[in-house]
Each structure stands twice: as structure tokens, then as C-alpha cells.
Design a protein around this ligand. Sequence first.
Ligand SMILES: [Zn+2]
Length: 369
Amino acid sequence: MIQSKYLLILTICSVFIYVGVKFRNNTVATKIEPVIYYQLKDFNTVKKFDVHIHINTKETHFIQQAIADNFYFQDIVDDRPFGVIMDQQQSFAKIHLNNFPDQMNFATTFKVSNWDQKDWVKSTIAHLKQSFAQGATAVKIWKNIGMDLRDENGDFVMVDHPRIDSVLTFLSETGIPLLGHNGEPRDCWLPLEKMIFNQGYYGSHPEYHMYLHPEYPSYEDQINARDTMLEKHPNLNFMGAHLGSLEWSLEELAKRLDAYPLMRVDLTRMPNLKLHTFNNRQKTREFFITYQDRLIYGTDTAINPTDDPDELKDRIHQRWLDEWKFYATDNPLKLKGYGKLKGLKLPREVIDKIYFENASKLLGFKTMG
Ligand SMILES: [Zn+2]
């Protein structure tokens, strides 16, 4: 009896010591008061925000599902060369914002088809000002810068280019955040057999598989250009899309979050996050707790005019619910190709930040409720 009492005290002590473990140079605060958690059934009652949505239609089925699931969201316009073009995306965004101003915000972007013109900076800033007047509250910069756009000498234009600096200085001064999809997952530069998750995509799209195109900038070139950009603009509110293209390493991501205090990342690389958890759940939890103010929930869902309304609603609802399971509970989950893992069961205050407060602060988004 006495022995088991000592064992219990020892176990409690070791729990507190373990909670104090460091993730790089940030100490996870030791909590004496009991930690509160959400459950699966709280999914509907908790206010949530999906920071990475692309609506390519004037239909509202997605928005109806968001309202039903207590989700707010950001619709992101970008300058992609396929599907619905930038101007059309922006006109859908304006219609939706007009009809659902309490449910969403939208991020605009700028074109580079006129890059060579002398007044590119001036006309880009004028376009951004006009978009802000129409309700945009953030700006997206896409991977075409770094992977497609070339200057007059045929060299790739990277995100730290001086001409882009002028636009970013404008954003820093106005406080409008930049959302950066810079580069691609590291898999893109690896041979198919060394990839973690993207064999299917790059296998069928060799034109985008950078391992086959060594004349293009390397993965390191992309990350270095992004880091240089952040060094040059310390007052820029920045959110790196897709875990800042550092999805493969929590250590590498932590280094950037430590180095750039205004950098946040969205969590739109769920298979990688599950793999980190599968490999080391404790370390992954510590990462989330340490950087709880810098991580923003998102799915990168595209809503297209060809979507069947019921299938779309069901798909997004199921995804949001499954991911809630991963973050808020320790329910068993599966990772295809690897096996079983347990959800992270993050404390309630961490869930509230990554699911709403961090996006709200970054974007100046407020709800009525
Ligand atoms: Zn996206």
C-alpha cells in the first residue's frame, strides 16, 4: 500500500517534469491547474475558422455547410494558370462577402503577366488598394513566383526580388498580411521512390516534378528566398501556406518560427502532421503547445462549379470532423500506408487559438457572436 502511494507520487512528479520539456528554446509552461479538453461532441458548439479555402463558383453550398458546422473561413484568390482565372475568383469572392459578411473574409492577389512593364509596382499597389476597398483583408503570393515567372534575362524571379520588396513594404506599412505559398513540398525535388506522400501527383505530372528539372531553382533556393524576404521585412504579417513548405521537419519549421516572430503557418498538410504524430506523438504535441500562437487551421479545399452539392457538403463536413478528432481528441486514427495513431488531444486553450483566435488576430476577423 505504502509502496504504491510512493509510486503514485513519483508518477505525478515525472508527469510535471515531462511537461516542462523544451522544444528548442521555448519552454512549455508547467500548468498546475487541471488542463481542460474538448470532446468529439463539442465540434458543433465551438467557433472555428478554416483559413485556406478556394471558392471557384457563385454557388453557396459550401457556405451553407460552414454555417451548419460553425465554421468561418477565408476565401483565397490566387494567380494560377489553370481553372477559374484570378479576376473571376475575385468576383466570386466579392459576391460571397457581400452576401455572407459575418461568415468569411477574402484574400486578394496580384498578377505578374505585366511584370516587365515599368509601372508594375505602381499598378500592383493600385490594384491592391482597390481590392482592400472592396473588402479584401489579406494578399496571397503564389508559387508561380519562384517556379514560373522569369525576368528579362530569363532568370527565375524569386520572392525576395527587389521589385516585390516595394509591394511588401506597402503591406508592412498598412499591416495587411501576406499569405505565402512559396515553393512546394520537399517531395517535389526528390525521386519518386524517396517521396513521402506525393508519388501519385508528381508521377502523373512530370512537368511539375522538380527532380526531373534540375535547371529550375532548388527546394533550398525557394526556402532561402522566402527566409531572405522575411529578414528584409521584419514588420510584415506573414502566414506561410502549407506549413511554410517545411512540412517534412518540425525542427526546421520551429527554427523559422523562432527566427521570424511575425511568421505564422497554416496546417494544410494533414498527412505530414499525422506522420509526425505516428513517429513521435509526444514531440508533435509539444510542437503544437510551444507554437500555439503561430499555427492556423486550414484545409486548402477547392469548391468547383462541377461539385455535386450533397457530395461536397458531406465531404467537407467529414473532413472537418475527422481533423477535429485529430487535434481535439485521442481517438484512434489511421494514416494510409503507415498504420494507427492517436489524436493529439490538445488542451482547449490551444484548440481555441489554432481553430479561431490566431486567424482572427492575423486577419482582423470578428464575429457577431
Ligand atoms: Zn490553396
